[in-house]
Design a protein around this ligand. Structure first.
Ligand code: SF4
Ligand code: MSK
Length: 620
C-alpha cells in the first residue's frame, strides 16, 4: 500500500489536525529523513573505534575494508550483535525491575505491592528449588526474588528457565555452545566481542547473538512475565476498549506509556482513590480516565481491561487531541518528541524512570518503596492541570473498538479444559492448520497497521490460529479482530474451534516481554507431542518492527527453532554472508530461519507454506 500513512481512520483524522495546527509527527520526520543513509540501511558503517567512522562501498569500487581491516561481513555481523544486545538488555532490565519488586515485597520495602498469584509464586519456587514449608509468604517472596536476581549473573553455567525447553532443543543449543550462561553475561560479552579488535568472524558473532537473545526470551523477558503475574495477577480473558476514542472529553485523561507494570499498576490503584476522584470533580471533571499506550498499556489491558489509546504511532496523536492532562512514561518506545509536543498543549509530560529522562519533561521519580504516594502525586498533577485545558482545541476522534484480551498460557489452558489435548487434536485434524505469532511494533516506513491487520486476516482465513503481543495485538484490537465474533472471518475449521471454546481466532497474549508466554506454550505443545519446537507447524512474524528489542525477539524466536518473517528489512543486506546465515544456514543450525517479506499477503503465504511443510513432516 503506497502513500497512505495509516489504515486506522482515527490516525487519519488526527494527522489532519496535525496538519491544520502545524504539528509535526514521526511520519513528517521520516519523510524529512529521506533518502535515509544507504550505508546505514545496509549495515556497512562502523564507528566502533576512533580510527573510524569507516564505511564499505557497496558497489565494490571504493574501500572494502575499514581502517583496521574489518570487512563488510564483520561490520554487519557486529552491528547486528549490538542491536540484539541492546534489545536483550532492555527486556532483561525490565525483568530485573520486576524481580526486584517481588524481593521488595518480601523484605517489606515495596510495601504498596502484594502477591496476587500465590499459586504461580509456589510453582516458581519449585522450579528454582526453593523450599516453602514453614516460611511466610514474605520470606518466600524474598528468597525467590533473590534466586531470580542470581540469574542475571549466575555462576552455575546456565539460566534456570532453560529447563523449560524440550530436551531436543537443549541438545541443539548445547552442541552449538549457545545455552545462555547468565542474562547479563551474554549482553556484556556481546559488547566485548564487538569492541575493536575482538571477534571478527560473522558466524561466531551471529551465534553469540543467538545466545544473547536466548538470555532475553528464555531469561529476562520470561522472568518479567512470570514475576509480573505473581505480583499483579495472571491475566484471564477480559473485555475492554481500544483506540483514541477512549480518551474522554469530560474527564481528566492520563495516558500511561512505556513498558513496566510496576508503574502502571500503581496508577491503576491511585486513580481509584476516592479523595483524588473527589478532587477531579472539584476541578470540574466527571472523573479520572486512565488509558494505556504501547506495552505498559497492554499490561493493564491484560489484567484490568483498562482501555488502550493505541499503539506506538499513536503516542504523538494522543497529545494532539488536546485532552490529555498527563502523559506519564517510564521506559522504552517513548518518542523524545513528546516533550516539545506536550509544551504546545496544556499536557504535562511526566517522566518517572531514573533511566529515562527527557529534556523538557516534568520528572517525578518513581520509587518502589513509596510507589503509591508517587502514583497519587502524578494523578494529582494531572487533575490540577485539568482547568488549564483549552476546550476549543480539543478534538477526540470517535473511533473505539471492543476487544477481548488476557490470554495468558494459563487462560488458554483453562479454555481448553486443562490440557493441551483439544488444541493438539484440532491441529492434527487440520481444523487448526497451525499457529502464527504476530508481534512487534509500528514503523512509519510501513502504512500503519496495514501489515498487521492484513496478515492476521489472511492467516485466520486459512485456519491459522494467530497469537499476538505488543503493538501488533493493539492493531488487531483496533480492527475488531480480538473478539469471538471474528470467528466469522476465520476458515471453517478454526471458526468451529473458536465457537466451541468461545475464544477469538486472534489471541492477545500481552506485551513485548510476554512473547515468553508464546515460547512457554510452544515448548509445552512440543513436549506433549514428544517433538522439538522446530517440528511444530508454527511460525513467527514481525510485520512492522522497528525496535532493537524486536531484533532480539526475532533472534530468540529463530534460535528456538521457529521460522520468522520480517516485514521491514533489517540492516544486514551489506553482507551476503550474514544474509545467507540468517535466511538459509540458520535452518540447518537451529531449525528456525528468517525471511523478509514486506507484502503481508505474501508473508502470510510464506507462513502457510511453512506450516504445511511441518505438518507433512509430522505426518498430519
Ligand atoms: Fe573502522 Fe575498524 Fe574502527 Fe570500525 S573498528 S571504526 S571498521 S577501524
Ligand atoms: S511497545 S517494542 S513499539 S511492539 Fe512493546 Fe510496540 Fe515495539 Fe515498543
Amino acid at each position: 500500500m503506497k502513500n497512505v500513512h495509516s489504515i486506522d481512520p482515527a490516525v487519519t483524522k488526527m494527522l489532519e489536525i496535525a496538519r491544520k495546527q502545524g504539528m509535526e509527527t514521526a511520519w513528517d520526520r521520516y519523510l524529512a529523513q529521506k533518502p535515509q543513509c544507504g550505508f546505514g540501511e545496509l549495515g556497512i558503517c562502523c564507528r566502533n573505534c576512533n580510527m573510524g567512522p569507516c564505511r564499505i562501498d557497496p558497489f565494490g569500487e571504493g574501500p572494502q575494508k575499514g581502517v583496521c581491516g574489518a570487512t563488510a561481513d564483520t561490520i554487519v555481523a557486529r552491528n547486528l550483535l549490538r542491536m540484539i544486545a541492546a534489545g536483550a538488555s532492555a527486556h532483561s532490565d525490565h525483568g530485573r525491575d520486576v524481580v526486584e519488586t517481588l524481593r521488595g515485597v518480601g523484605t517489606g520495602e515495596a510495601k504498596d505491592y502484594t502477591i496476587k498469584d500465590e499459586k504461580k509464586l509456589m510453582t516458581l519456587c519449585k522450579e528454582f528449588n526453593i523450599t516453602t514449608e514453614d516460611k511466610s509468604i514474605h520470606e518466600i517472596a524474598q528468597e525467590l526474588g533473590e534466586a531470580a536476581l542470581e540469574e542475571f549473573g549466575t555462576q552455575k553455567g546456565y539460566i534456570q528457565t532453560i529447563e523449560r525447553v524440550p530436551l531436543q532443543r537443549k541438545e541443539i543449543w548445547k552442541n552449538l555452545g549457545i545455552i545462555p550462561r547468565g542474562i547479563d553475561r551474554e549482553i556484556v560479552e556481546s559488547l566485548h566481542r564487538t569492541h575493536m579488535g575482538v571477534d571478527h568472524d560473522p558466524a561466531s558473532l551471529i551465534l553469540h547473538g543467538l545466545r544473547c537473545s536466548l538470555s532475553d526470551g528464555w531469561g529476562g523477558s520470561m522472568l518479567a512475565t512470570e514475576f509480573s503475574d505473581v505480583l499483579f495477577g495472571t491475566p484471564r480473558p477480559i473485555r475492554g476498549q481500544c483506540n483514541l476514542g477512549v480518551i474522554r472529553e469530560d474527564a481528566v485523561n492520563i495516558v500511561v506509556h512505556g513498558h513496566e507494570p510496576v508503574l502502571s499498576e500503581m496508577l491503576v490503584e491511585a486513580v481509584q482513590d476516592p479523595e483524588l476522584e473527589a478532587l477531579a470533580k472539584k476541578n470540574g471533571a466527571s472523573g479520572i480516565n486512565l488509558v494505556g499506550m504501547c506495552c505498559t498499556g497492554n499490561e493493564i489491558l491484560m489484567r484490568h481491561g483498562i482501555p488502550s489509546a493505541g499503539n506506538f504511532l499513536h503516542q504523538e496523536l494522543a497529545v494532539m487531541t488536546g485532552a490529555i492532562e498527563a502523559m506519564v512514561v517510564d521506559v522504552q518506545c517513548i518518542m523524545p518528541s513528546l516533550a516539545q509536543l506536550a509544551s504546545c498543549y496544556h499536557t504535562k509530560f511526566i517522566s518517572t524512570s531514573p533511566k529515562a529522562k527527557f529534556p523538557g519533561a516534568l520528572h517525578i521519580q518513581f520509587e518502589e518503596h513509596h510507589a503509591l504516594d508517587v502514583a497519587r502525586e502524578i494523578v494529582r498533577q494531572a487533575i490540577e492541570n485539568y482547568p488549564h485545558r483549552n476546550k476549543s482545541r480539543v478534538f477526540i476522534p470517535k473511533e473505539t473498538a471492543e476487544y477481548v484480551g488476557g490470554f495468558s498460557v494459563e487462560a488458554i489452558l483453562e479454555a481448553l479444559g486443562g490440557t493441551w489435548t483439544p488444541l493438539i487434536e484440532a491441529i492434527k485434524s487440520k481444523k487448526i492448520r497451525g499457529i502464527a505469532a504476530l508481534v512487534g511494533c509500528n514503523n512509519p516506513k510501513v502504512t500503519h497497521d496495514y501489515n498487521h491487520v492484513n496478515m492476521t486476516k489472511a492467516l485466520i482465513a486459512q485456519d491459522v490460529l494467530v497469537v499476538e503481543t505488543g503493538c501488533a495485538a493493539i492493531a488487531s484490537a483496533k480492527a475488531g479482530l480480538l473478539l469471538p465474533e471474528t470467528a466469522q472471518l476465520a476458515g471453517s475449521g478454526l471458526a468451529s474451534v473458536c465457537r466451541t471454546l468461545g475464544i477469538p481466532p486472534v489471541l492477545h497474549m500481552g506485551s513485548c516481554v510476554d512473547i515468553s508466554r508464546i515460547l512457554v506454550m510452544a515448548a509445552a505443545i512440543a513436549k506433549e507431542l514428544g517433538v522439538d519446537i522446530a517440528d511444530l507447524p508454527i511460525a513467527g512474524a514481525a510485520p512492522e518492527w522497528m525496535s532493537e528489542k524486536a531484533v532480539s525477539i526475532g533472534a530468540y524466536v529463530v534460535a528456538s527453532g521457529i521460522f520468522t518473517v520480517l516485514g521491514t528489512v533489517p540492516p544486514v543486506l551489506g553482507s551476503k554472508t550474514v544474509t545467507e546465515i540468517l535466511t538459509q544456514k540458520a535452518k540447518y543450525l537451529v531449525g528456525g530461519y528468517f525471511a523478509v517479506e514486506p507484502d503481508p499477503f505474501k508473508a502470510a503465504e510464506l507462513i502457510i507454506n511453512h506450516i504445511d511443510e511441518k505438518r507433512a513432516a509430522l505426518g498430519i
